[in-house]
Write a new protein. Structure first.
Length: 259
């Protein structure tokens, strides 16, 4: 089971409520938000529009996730009218054919089962003042972490979805123009269309360090450091990577703190 990450940004929290007739859908969406979206709280789970209206009055949310099937229920129009003034609506539905009707009455919609990346993008679109944590990660397909710190996994966008790669399995990341190559302890490589700088920023908290303009390494995976002008490191797979002269002093200080 995945554990929620602590939200780094506490100064701004975007409130949301979920209205859905199916309890499983309520729980699934709440879990996705709590696990993968920093800066957004789920303040109420409602199974009817009447419950939703009460929750809106009580919590004053910025976003309401509304099951499209509930449009037949009395009170739906009031939700939409309230939403125009006070909050944004994101519909949830399992019916792809409902998309056109949804687009005309809501900020966005999410198809069930809900995709994590789509969820984050819909929230960012709906938020008038997006939580800083939504913009902290690289743009486009967002980089995010799942699990607690010691068992964290990073989501890497691929052509057909996402690969969840355990952070501890990463040996190093290598720059390749505007791409980043992830190399794992098992010798696998994943090429992602994001710059190394973007991944450097999100991996710093996981004991990674940029030793060279081309390399960010996992400090837990170093076998040996060989001194020299800048020197070089030997990782667990016996690969040697240069340490730049400019980075040498900072790297050695960081390495000693990590031991």
């Amino acid at each position: 089971m995945l554990h929620s990450l602590n939200t780094k940004y506490q100064l701004y929290m975007l409130k949301s409520i979920i209205i859905d007739a199916e309890r499983k859908s309520l729980d699934d969406l709440r879990t996705l938000i709590s696990e993968y979206v920093n800066g957004v709280t789920v303040d109420a789970l409602c199974t009817t529009v009447a419950e939703g209206l009460e929750a809106i009055k009580r919590h004053r949310p910025g976003i309401v996730f509304l099951d499209f099937n509930l449009h037949r229920e009395t009170g739906f129009d009031h939700v939409c009218q309230s939403g125009k003034a006070n909050f944004e609506i994101i519909f949830t539905t399992a019916d792809e054919s409902a998309a056109n009707a949804i687009k005309s009455t809501a900020t966005d919609y999410l198809l069930k089962p809900i995709d994590i990346v789509d969820l984050r993008l819909a929230i960012k679109k709906a938020a008038k003042n997006p939580p800083p944590s939504l913009d902290k990660r690289p743009s486009g397909l967002q980089t995010f972490f799942a699990g607690d710190h010691d068992n964290a996994r990073i989501a890497l966008p691929t052509s057909d979805g996402l690969i969840f790669l355990p952070v501890n399995d990463i040996l190093y990341c290598q720059a390749s123009s505007n791409y980043t190559i992830f190399v794992t302890a098992e010798g696998k490589q994943y090429v992602v269309c994001k710059t190394l700088k973007e991944y450097e920023e999100v991996l710093l908290d996981y004991n990674f360090f940029r030793i060279h303009h081309s390399y960010v390494i996992n400090l837990n995976r170093i076998q040996k450091y060989v001194k020299g002008n800048g020197g070089y490191v030997i990782l667990n797979n016996n690969v040697s990577l240069d340490v730049s002269k400019r980075k040498k002093g900072e790297f050695l200080n960081r390495l000693l703190r990590a031991i």
